[in-house]
Design a protein around this ligand. Structure first.
Ligand code: FCB
Length: 461
């Protein structure tokens, strides 16, 4: 153990999602997802890119697992495409879809890489959108639980760890309440599939159905998965960073984080909506029952958090809320993506707050990483120095948390490879491995060398 080491057994993982890398969008009986539909609609995605082929991972998973093994990753977080398993969302399962994930998982296990499966990373079967309005209806939450139960029956002998839903906040807010922004005289739509523009009140009901889907899926996994199956969610927690590391600031920041995650993490971990959130909802929405709240807060084995950026800075205040948010300065440093404010300390505060606010006993960082303007240099290498800086700084803060006893059991870097970055298309590269989207050649970047050394040392290097 050096002073920069992580605890024994700490997982060094990488993450991806189905629509962003698999391709094979209509192969082996797969149904259409709302992201297929959205990306096939002209004008929605930068450069009109789509995920039809993406990284062709569906056919190249063997090569991709070998690359991960060479880097020395010990865990892989991937997502399962719901429309591969249930092409119509419900009813008739498609064994060929399940077979793909069995092959992938067997290849991972042979390589000594532990599989962590996400059940929903936004690629809703189109039929559920057409029939019910997607997550506008509790029927979709029920269908999700049915699908989750089927997956653990099929893969439970191979996969022990499941994340129900990835970033509830992102797909709900982005998909069901598109926002127009003006950039350089052009109107851009922020958000993604299915691309609706619901009212605030309708949106609150969608949020409720998303957490309900999570809860019902946890119940189905407990009922139908083998003993020892472990489950949690992977949410992009919004973290309030205390301006000063002093008790009154830390307490104010915890209050802010709990309140600002009321619709997602707080209700999933506490089984109640905060009074402030309900008051904000005007008493009108969401509508819910006590039984639903019990399902939503089904006990979990771990909490997964995606951590990229600080939400706000906070100081204590003599106001009813007990805190005040500090506006972000215009000159605050950023990584490449427009949304990506830089403060590595959020990687310390996020798990620390999850432990102190909710008493979590096991935490995974389910995503962290950054986009960079990567290019292949004349010598054939990719020198992503900014990503190396970002990773080292973030992991140093995570190590600081684990050294204080915060129970973080693993870290998943987003992403294993460059991939289809939603509305940004292929233009925003997040990978440890560079992908040439013409030839689909894969080239490990400088950051892959760094990550490899860190993973093997189980320490910040
Ligand atoms: C997260 C998503 C993931 C990827 C990264 C950059 O919000 O979960 O799919 O797009 O951001």
């Amino acid at each position: 153990m050096t002073s920069r080491s992580f605890p024994d057994g700490f997982r060094w993982g990488v993450a991806t999602s189905a629509y962003q890398i698999e391709g094979a969008w209509d192969e082996d009986g797969k149904g259409v997802s709302i992201w297929d539909t959205y990306a096939h609609t002209p004008g929605k995605i930068a450069n009109d890119d789509n995920g039809d082929v993406a990284n062709d991972h569906y056919h190249r998973y063997g090569e991709d697992v070998a690359l991960m093994k060479a880097i020395g990753v010990t865990a892989y977080r991937f997502s399962i495409a719901w429309p591969r398993i249930f092409p119509d969302g419900t009813a008739q399962p498609n064994p060929k879809g399940v077979d793909f994930y069995k092959r992938l998982v067997d290849t991972l296990l042979d390589a000594g890489i532990e599989p962590f499966a996400t059940l929903y990373h936004w690629d809703l079967p189109q039929t559920l959108h057409d029939r019910y309005g997607g997550w506008r209806s509790a029927e979709t939450a029920k269908a999700f639980a049915e699908y989750a139960g089927h997956v653990v029956e099929q893969l439970g002998d191979r996969v022990r760890h499941y994340f129900t839903i990835n970033e509830l906040r992102s797909f709900v807010e982005g998909g069901y309440q598109l926002v127009d922004v003006q950039v350089g005289g052009k109107t851009l739509q922020l958000g993604g599939a299915p691309g609706l523009r619901l009212s605030d009140s309708e949106l609150k009901q969608v949020r409720h159905h998303a957490v309900l889907g999570h809860g019902l899926a946890v119940e189905a996994i407990r009922a139908r998965g083998p003993r020892g199956t472990k489950v949690g969610f992977a949410e992009n927690i919004r973290v309030a960073v205390p301006v000063v590391d002093a008790p009154e600031y830390v307490a104010a920041a915890e209050r802010a984080t709990r309140e600002r995650n009321a619709a997602f993490m707080t209700v999933m971990l506490e089984g109640r909506y905060t009074d402030e959130y309900l008051a904000e909802a005007g008493g009108e929405t969401p509508t819910f029952t006590d039984e639903e709240l019990r399902a939503i807060a089904s006990p979990l084995d771990f909490v997964g958090i995606n951590v990229y950026r600080p939400g706000w800075y906070v100081e204590p205040a003599d106001e009813p809320a007990g805190y005040r948010e500090i506006p972000i300065n215009a000159s605050h440093p950023k990584m490449r993506s427009s949304w990506h404010l830089l403060d590595p300390e959020v990687m310390y505060w996020a798990p620390k707050q999850v432990q102190s606010i909710w008493g979590a006993k096991s935490i995974f960082i389910t995503e962290n990483g950054c986009a960079a303007s990567d290019v292949v240099a004349a010598d054939g290498r990719v020198y992503d120095t900014d990503r190396v800086m970002f990773l080292r700084a973030c992991l140093a803060q995570l190590q600081r948390a684990t050294s204080e006893g915060v129970p973080v059991d693993g870290y998943f870097l987003w992403s294993a490879q460059d991939n289809f970055e939603w509305v940004d298309g292929y233009g925003n590269r997040f990978g440890l491995i560079y992908v040439d989207f013409e030839t689909l050649e894969r080239i490990p970047k400088l950051s892959a060398e760094w990550f490899s050394r860190a993973a093997r040392a189980n320490a910040v290097v």
